[in-house]
Ligand binder design. Structure first.
Ligand code: SF4
Ligand code: SF4
Length: 139
């Protein structure tokens, strides 16, 4: 690790375990997410809505199939990578890690890609430096 110039791999390398794409619910899609996903899929809004989205009131999420996001494939991971919601890209380096160690511990427990050898303080120091450099980190 280069302490003066840390890189993303110092704190996180995705193992593509797919855990974050599983469960009975997904992140929600904001308006930009919806437009990006529609463009990526090359379908009409109605088609994307009918095939891929679960809409509850004004909350748009992705459908769940077999306990995982409809876009997740065991062999290839996310099949809408370029059109994925920004919250998917942000995971697991959620800024809330910086303000609450419990968030860090919870996220680290559920994501094997997090460098398990760093203390909370070490992890936050690097994450802060990366965020200062890039504002937003998309994984
Ligand atoms: S982000 Fe974490 S939980 Fe999700 S696939 Fe990568 S290693 Fe697994
Ligand atoms: S859109 Fe992709 S990254 Fe996000 S939950 Fe679905 S499969 Fe996972």
């Amino acid at each position: 690790m280069n302490e003066s110039n840390p890189c993303l791999a110092d704190i996180f390398v995705c193992s593509r375990c797919g855990y974050c794409c599983q469960g009975e619910t997904t992140v929600s899609l904001d308006q930009d997410d919806q437009e990006r996903m529609i463009a990526e899929l090359g379908l009409s809004r109605k088609e994307v809505q009918d095939k891929f989205w679960r809409i509850t009131g004004n909350v748009v999420q992705m459908k769940i199939v077999d306990h995982h996001c409809i876009f997740y494939r065991e062999d290839s991971g996310c099949t809408v990578h370029e059109g994925r919601p920004w919250r998917c890209g942000q995971w697991p380096l959620h800024p809330s890690i910086l303000t609450d160690e419990n968030n860090f511990l919870t996220i680290r427990e559920s994501c094997p890609g997090i460098n398990q050898n760093l203390s909370y303080e070490e992890f936050c120091k690097i994450l802060s430096q990366l965020l200062d450099q890039e504002q937003v980190i998309l994984c």
